[in-house]
Design a protein around this ligand. Structure first.
Ligand code: NAD
Length: 262
């Protein structure tokens, strides 16, 4: 479906980003992985993802911190060098910090806004002109249900993800006649390292097992009582990258087991 297209997926050595990278490769796209680990540590992952494409896709890795201008420039340059173009940009890298507003450390606020919002604006700004020139592009944010609603103790994350959905709408409107779409996927709970930390915290706070804390977490918010999976989110990203999705733009799309239906 995506033969000949090239994608950057930020924060793609774990969790949702890795699931999206695998589905992109299965669909035939070239994949630029990104994360903080050294290039030598990513070699096994590169081979694994190449194999998923049946050898059709080129796969590479760029160690780059999305909050740093020089690193973002390096990511774009290395992708262009490796694949010749960037057709699909998937802004997935994200972090969480949990505290009440009055206890929220200033540096954590700044860090969450920098990773989950500002770096995405800068990376879109860098990649958009070439997409417009080629009259084809897909920009997909991995936002969150917290881009649509709030939860206690997640001020910075909720503010950043709401901001990200606003940014998505503006990019969609500004590029509606240029063949470039911009959409935001809004996952509910997905079992990844980011959420495992929160489950650990519940288990400690309530003196219950990790398994019981998982059920506790799901029952509070996600009516299906099941986690969405990185693979399912990857499937949605592939669909949004396809020509069938050419008229879907500026949209936040929940995959949340009914969380935001209440
Ligand atoms: P994760 O911790 O497994 O993945 C986040 C990735 O981002 C990691 O690989 C990390 O190395 C990378 N990253 C963090 N800061 C970075 C930076 N400055 N530069 C480059 N990479 C950086 O967690 P995940 O759950 O897979 O999260 C992926 C995205 O999904 C995030 O944007 C998160 O907000 C969003 N999300 C997750 C859930 C969930 O339930 N897990 C729900 C809604 C939204």
């Amino acid at each position: 479906m995506l033969n000949g297209k090239s994608a950057i997926i930020t924060g793609s050595t774990s969790g949702i980003g890795l699931g999206v990278a695998k589905r992109m490769a299965k669909a035939g796209a070239n994949v630029m992985l990104n994360g903080s680990r050294a290039a030598s540590e990513a070699e096994k992952l590169i081979e694994e993802i190449k194999a998923l494409s049946g050898g059709r896709s080129k796969v590479a890795y760029c160690a780059a911190d999305m909050t740093k201008e020089a690193d973002r420039i390096k990511l774009v340059e290395e992708t262009n060098k490796a694949f010749g173009a960037i057709d699909i940009l998937i802004n997935n890298a994200g972090i969480q910090y949990v505290a009440k507003v009055e206890d929220f450390p200033m540096d954590k606020w700044n860090e969450v806004i920098a990773v989950n919002l500002s770096s995405i604006f800068h990376l879109i700004k860098q990649t958009l002109p070439a997409m417009k020139q080629r009259k084809w592009g897909r920009i997909i944010q991995v936002a969150s249900v917290h881009g649509l609603i709030g939860s206690t103790k997640k001020a910075a994350y909720t503010a950043a993800k709401h901001g990200l959905i606003g940014l998505t709408k503006v990019v969609a409107l500004e590029n509606a006649t240029h063949g470039v779409t911009c959409n935001a996927i809004c996952p509910g709970w997905v079992l990844t390292p980011l959420v495992e930390k929160q489950i650990d915290a519940i288990a400690k706070e309530k003196g219950i097992s990790f398994e019981d804390a998982k059920i506790d977490l799901l029952s509070e918010k996600q009516p299906s009582l099941q986690f969405a999976t990185p693979d399912q989110l990857g499937g949605l990203a592939v669909f949004l990258s396809s020509d069938d999705a050419a008229q879907i733009t500026g949209v936040p799309l929940p995959m949340d087991g009914g969380w935001t239906a209440r």
